[in-house]
Design a protein around this ligand. Structure first.
Ligand SMILES: NC(=O)c1ccc[n+]([C@@H]2O[C@H](COP(=O)([O-])OP(=O)(O)OC[C@H]3O[C@@H](n4cnc5c(N)ncnc54)[C@H](O)[C@@H]3O)[C@@H](O)[C@H]2O)c1
Length: 334
């Protein structure tokens, strides 16, 4: 099958390798021709150190590589999804299945990534969201990993499952694209909060408390917006939450730790040196919670710390001092 991966970040590159391992004809597209030339020369992406890019992987800066592609994978950071969608629109065929792997909510519009792609790239092709607990670094090393391919059209989800699935990369299908995309984006806010919690010096009990109760919050919001509750207990939800909150691969976690240790938000983001999606997602969640009338105390506190200069340590007594609740009343995510 002819496949194109759009974006030479860690994730786009790792997914291109999965497709190549499966015997597909794969092209990796970079929006900057210089980056394409560099990768062609070095045959290694610095974001996936020690993972060679085999000669069989085509690398280009020319979007005409999309002509005749059956599968196109959109892998820019979430803020660049609209721009990427607009650029690729003229090259997409009616039969191309477009796979969205960016995790985020678009700023200002609060749209999910597949909705942004639909608006930007047009209505012709089918769009599948692929998400789950999957650090690019580990996928590049061919370590066992699982994701979920979500689309209301089951045939399209199965097509993506077949394209990616191999002995190192397990893919489940789901019809719940709304839940999968919301879980993927919203959990970044929890990862950032969990990092802040660790940076403040709290330990395992506190992090587990935060992760579980924050998951209850985002499940409430996700359900309100049309997602399935069970999705939040699956790979794109709790699976991704575990991997993001417990790993130093996670930029959200790392940025949070620095903020908890006293760095300003800007200093922390600069120190991480790459897009911290949870920072932007925190603003979207705040707006969506207000719009949907969903109570999200942890996400609200995260917003106040990240955007309103509130000291992280000050939110702890507020959250711990909330009135007693029953755990099962309207909050369980399984
Ligand atoms: N890194 C991971 O392990 C991982 C895993 C799962 C999902 N994701 C998601 O995949 C998306 C991409 O992640 P990544 O880690 O590969 O990101 P990255 O920041 O390393 O790379 C993004 C790539 O997108 C491309 N791009 C296109 N337009 C761009 C623009 N305007 N500005 C900057 N870059 C632009 C560039 O090639 C860039 O290298 C994110 O939404 C992320 O949440 C990442």
């Amino acid at each position: 099958m002819k496949a194109v991966v759009l974006g030479t970040g860690g994730w786009g590159t790792a997914l291109a390798l999965v497709l190549l391992d499966n015997g597909h004809d794969v092209t990796l597209w970079s929006r900057t021709p210089a980056k394409a030339a560099e990768l062609e020369k070095t045959r290694e992406n610095p974001l996936l150190k020690g993972v060679p890019l085999p000669e069989g992987l085509k690398i280009t800066g020319d979007l005409s590589c999309l002509e005749g592609a059956e599968l196109a994978v959109s892998a820019p950071p979430s803020f660049a999804v609209r721009e990427t969608g607009k650029r690729i629109a003229p090259y997409l065929g009616r039969d191309t299945v477009l796979v969205s792997v960016s995790k985020g909510i678009e700023r200002n519009t609060n749209l999910r990534m597949s909705q942004v792609l639909r608006e930007a790239a047009g209505s012709a092709c089918r769009i599948v969201a692929l998400s789950g607990p999957s650090h690019a670094e580990e996928v590049g090393l061919r370590l066992p990993t699982g994701c979920v391919a979500a689309c209301p059209e089951r045939e399209a989800a199965r097509f993506v499952q077949e394209a990616f699935m191999n002995e190192n990369f397990r893919v489940y299908t789901s019809y719940d694209i709304v839940g999968v995309e919301l879980a993927a984006a919203l959990k970044n806010v929890i990862a950032l909060s969990c990092g802040i919690c660790a940076g403040l010096g709290f330990q395992d009990n506190t992090k587990a408390l935060l992760m579980t109760r924050a998951m209850a919050e985002i499940t409430r919001l996700g359900e309100h917006m049309g997602g399935q509750r069970r999705t939040f207990g699956g790979l794109a939800g709790v699976g991704d939450l575990i991997v993001t909150c417990t790993s130093m691969h996670s930029r959200n976690n790392r940025a949070g730790i620095l903020i908890g240790q006293g760095k300003s938000v800007q200093e922390a983001m600069e120190a991480v040196g790459a897009v911290v999606e949870g920072y932007y997602a925190a603003e979207s969640v705040h707006q969506l919670a207000g719009r949907e009338g969903v109570e999200m105390p942890i996400c609200r506190c995260a917003y106040e710390v990240l955007y309103q200069g509130r000291a992280a340590r000050d939110v702890v007594p507020e959250l711990m001092g909330r009135a007693g609740k029953d755990e099962l009343l309207g909050t369980a995510w399984l």
